[in-house]
Design a protein around this ligand. Structure first.
Ligand SMILES: CNc1ccc(C(=O)O)c(C(=O)O)c1
Length: 448
């Protein structure tokens, strides 16, 4: 078969990073051409003959989801993996009952306040298996006018031997799926085993509910990130980066404790700052989370704030957090008004932000539930939720760093350096009324 000389579809054009944003309804179309894709385009017939698929997510609109599949694929077997919360279970069952081709798989949530946050697709084609890891719920609102992040694997061909990636992606993905202990996932465990993952060049960073200890201590959450950065960021003379800045960007914030030292800097930042060698320096941590003004002036207006569930109860207990906060600004991607539902973390080489040491896109917000909190004298990591993301390290792309002026440069979703909150800026809080200024649709926000 002749090798394609020029990539013809958006996914092949996104090589080598395969990191795309969701298309945005209502912006100039050329900003939806480069490194941007819709759910319909992900599921398009142009990628081959679909045999069956699985959709892992938190929120589902099954009618909307089926409409995104090409007509000829809508009757193929589809597995829906969702959180087993009581009320949600009923709605999922009701939504799926008219469709015999849909099977549902409840994810066990044995620790209170955990959610099945993971957003992932398994797409099995006649030519092989594609994995998609992303940040969007399977509802229209999440794919219409927001900024969502999407990693799309190559189509991994079937193989008779156990072809693993240089990043141990297959093994990590199987470990993650094993934690569901669900018979509905056995077909997919077998299928993953039978496919060649050697073309995958990203690391899997996931979370599963549990009190992970002993040999499992570094398998999930922020300790998996710490371990992976330690093992794969073999930069020469990496001490030069000990104080280089780190960015966290997210769409919700949990209860982080009475001061930065409670969890954010002492535990979470310690993992984010890991290089091949450890250091006592404390690099600057810059957090990106939308202001009220970001939400008010967004394409969706205050409605965007419904997907930014940072609540007053947490916000009022951690006013110290505002000093770390930066605005959402994505002019270079034409998405400053496409409210972020994406979650990303990155480290730059210095505060010029011209080079990136690593980049993570994930479902995980800034919360202990997502990343885990150390317990029992740091011998166990307690995680409440399922999360999944992919980490890019330069070595996997034969680079020392991801240089942004390069071409093709790493498609960072927002403007760097980030812009600090000004004194007039307030973080968006979902359960507060905003009635002094109308939004881009002329509406106010009154959650009561
Ligand atoms: C409590 N449930 C959620 C909290 C935050 C988010 C988010 O991603 O910001 C989501 C979601 O959209 O999956 C659910």
């Amino acid at each position: 078969v002749s090798k394609r000389l020029t990539p013809v579809n958006k996914i092949d054009q996104s090589e080598p990073y395969r990191f795309l944003l969701s298309t945005v309804h209502g912006i100039q179309d050329n900003y939806n051409q480069q490194n941007a894709i819709s759910l319909k385009e992900i599921l398009s017939v142009e990628h081959g003959q679909l045999i069956r698929s699985a959709q892992f997510n938190y929120m589902f609109d099954i009618e909307f989801l089926l409409e995104q599949y090409p007509l000829e694929f809508r009757l193929k077997p589809l597995l829906i993996v969702h959180g087993d919360s009581r009320h949600d279970n009923q709605s999922i069952k009701n939504q799926c009952s008219p469709y015999p081709q849909i099977e549902i798989c409840p994810a066990r949530l044995d620790i209170p306040f955990g959610t099945h946050h993971t957003k992932m697709m398994f797409l099995l084609y006649e030519t092989g298996l594609r994995i998609v890891i992303h940040t969007a719920n399977l509802i229209l609102q999440d794919w219409r006018q927001k900024t969502q992040g999407i990693w799309i694997s190559p189509i991994c061909p079937k193989t008779n031997d156990d072809r693993e990636s240089k990043t141990n992606f297959k093994k990590d993905l199987l470990e993650y799926i094993e934690r569901y202990r669900a018979r509905q996932l056995q077909f997919w465990q077998k299928t993953i085993n039978e496919h060649d993952f050697s073309s995958i060049n990203v690391h899997l960073i996931s979370s599963t509910p549990g009190r992970h200890t002993g040999p499992d201590l570094n398998k999930f959450g922020h300790l998996k990130l710490r371990q992976t950065l330690k093992n794969y960021l073999n930069l020469d003379k990496d001490e030069q980066y000990n104080s280089s800045p780190i960015i966290g960007q997210f769409s919700s914030i949990g209860s982080l404790g009475p001061n930065a030292n409670s969890w954010l800097t002492k535990e979470f930042l310690t993992s984010l700052k890991q290089l091949s060698s450890s250091s006592l320096e404390s690099p600057e941590l810059k957090l990106i989370y939308p202001t009220v003004e970001n939400v008010r002036t967004s394409l969706e207006g205050y409605m965007a704030g419904g997907s930014l569930p940072y609540n007053m109860q947490n916000a009022m207990r951690q006013t110290w957090l505002v000093n770390y906060l930066h605005r959402w600004k994505a002019d270079h991607r034409h998405r400053s008004q496409a409210s972020p539902h994406i979650k990303t973390y990155l480290r730059a080489t210095n505060d010029q932000f011209k080079d990136i040491l690593w980049f993570l896109v994930t479902s995980a917000n800034l919360s202990k539930a997502a990343w885990g909190v150390l317990e029992k004298n740091n011998t166990q990591l307690m995680i409440r939720s399922y999360e999944i993301g992919v980490l890019y390290t330069p070595k996997q792309f034969s680079k020392a760093t991801f240089s942004l002026p390069d071409s093709p440069s790493f498609p960072i979703p927002y403007d760097l350096p980030p812009v600090k909150y000004q004194t007039s800026d307030k973080p968006w809080i979902v359960d507060v009324a905003y009635k002094d200024k109308p939004d881009s649709h002329g509406n106010m926000w009154d959650p009561s």
